[in-house]
Design a protein around this ligand. Structure first.
Ligand SMILES: Nc1ncnc2c1ncn2[C@@H]1O[C@H](COP(=O)(O)OP(=O)(O)OP(=O)(O)O)[C@@H](O)[C@H]1O
Ligand SMILES: [Mg+2]
Length: 291
C-alpha cells in the first residue's frame, strides 16, 4: 500500500475566525503541505498554534477562508455538506481527545455504525468486521460493553477500531493520548505504529506530546498559525541556544566560590589539588576570554 499517492495537499490555506465585524483571529496562515500514502505525519506546536484548526480542515469538518484543500485526490474546498459527510464517512477516520463514542451503543455497535451508514455492508458483514477490528486493537472482551463501562484507554481503542471501519485513506488524530494514562498511551502508539507499518494506514496526528511525536516519520511545527520552515527552526534553536549570561562573570564568581572552598579544605587539613586544578582551568578560560 506504500505509494507516492498524495492523500493530502494544502495550497496556500488560510483560516480566519471572525469574532465580530472585522475583528478576526488568524488561526492558519499560508499553509502549504502534503501527506503521502503510508506516512505518519505529526503536527506539533504550542497551544493556540492552529493544530486543531488544521486537523479540522484536513478532515473537511471546517473550511479554509483562503486556499485549496485536496484530500485523497478530491478538491473538497467548495463541496457541499452533503458531499462532505459522505466523503468523511467513506474515506476518513477520526480519533479525537474525547473519544466521541455513542453512549447508547455497545463497543461493537459503535464500530459497526460507519459501515452500516454507507449502505454497503449487511448487518452480518458489519458485525463480523467490527469484531475483527476490536480483536485487532486488542479488546475483544469489550464488544458488548457500553462506553461508560470502559476505561479511557479502552474507549480510545474502540475509537481507533471505528476509525478503521471503512478502510480510510487517512486517519486524523487530534491529541489522541490527551485524556488517557501513560500505559494506555503507549498501547495506542504501538497500535498506530503497527497499523502503519503492516497495514499501510496513513496518519496525521496533532499532539503536544514528545512521545507521540517520536513515532512520526515527519514532524510539522506550527507557531502562530504558520508552518515553521527548517531554516526558521534552526534560527529559533540558535536564539534559544545562545547564552544569555556572561560566561566571564560566571567564571569570576566561581573563582570566589573556590576561594571559600580552599579555605575550608585547608582548615580541615585536606587535599586542595582538586580546587587548584579547577582554579587553573577557570583562569585559562578567563585568559582566553578577557580582553
Ligand atoms: N471557533 C473558534 N472561534 C474563534 N477563534 C477560534 C476558534 N477555534 C480556534 N480559534 C482560535 O484559533 C487559534 C488556533 O486554535 P486551535 O484550536 O487550532 O489551536 P491548537 O493548536 O489546537 O491549540 P491546543 O494545543 O490548545 O489544542 C487560537 O488562537 C484559537 O483561539
Ligand atoms: Mg487543539
Amino acid at each position: 500500500m506504500i505509494s507516492n499517492e498524495e492523500v493530502v495537499r494544502l495550497i496556500d490555506v488560510g483560516k480566519k475566525y471572525y469574532l465580530s465585524g472585522d475583528v478576526y483571529v488568524d488561526a492558519l496562515i499560508d499553509i502549504n503541505m502534503t501527506i503521502k500514502a503510508g506516512e505518519v505525519v505529526i503536527v506539533m506546536g504550542p497551544s493556540g498554534s492552529g493544530k486543531t484548526t488544521l486537523m479540522n480542515i484536513i478532515g473537511t469538518l471546517d473550511r479554509p477562508t483562503s486556499g485549496r484543500v485536496i484530500i485523497d485526490g478530491v478538491d473538497v474546498t467548495d463541496k457541499d455538506e452533503n458531499y462532505l459527510s459522505r466523503f468523511r464517512l467513506e474515506r476518513l477516520g477520526f480519533v479525537f481527545q474525547q473519544y466521541n463514542l455513542i453512549s447508547q451503543l455497545t463497543a461493537l455497535e459503535n464500530v459497526m455504525l460507519p459501515m452500516l451508514l454507507t449502505g454497503r455492508y449487511t448487518r452480518e458483514e458489519a458485525m463480523e468486521k467490527a469484531r475483527l477490528l476490536l480483536d485487532l486493537v486488542g479488546i475483544p472482551e469489550v464488544v458488548n460493553k457500553r462506553p461508560n463501562q470502559l476505561s479511557g484507554g479502552q474507549q480510545q481503542r474502540v475509537a481507533i477500531a471505528r476509525a478503521l471501519a471503512n478502510d480510510p485513506s487517512l486517519v486524523i488524530m487530534d491529541e489522541p493520548t490527551g485524556s488517557i494514562d501513560l500505559a494506555s498511551s503507549y498501547l495506542i502508539l504501538d497500535l498506530v505504529r503497527l497499523l502503519n507499518r503492516y497495514l499501510g494506514v496513513t496518519f496525521v496526528i496533532a499532539t503536544h506530546n514528545m512521545e507521540v511525536a517520536s513515532i512520526g516519520g515527519r514532524i510539522i511545527y506550527l507557531r502562530g498559525g504558520r508552518i515553521i520552515e527548517e531554516s526558521d527552526l534552526r534560527r529559533i534553536k540558535e536564539e534559544f541556544g545562545r547564552l544569555r549570561v556572561d560566561p566571564v562573570v560566571v567564571a569570576k564568581s566561581y573563582l570566589r566560590v573556590l576561594d571559600i572552598e580552599e579555605r575550608r579544605l585547608r582548615r580541615l587539613g585536606l587535599d586542595v589539588t582538586d580546587v587548584e586544578r579547577r582554579r587553573n582551568s577557570i583562569n585559562d578560560f578567563l585568559g582566553k576570554h578577557e580582553s
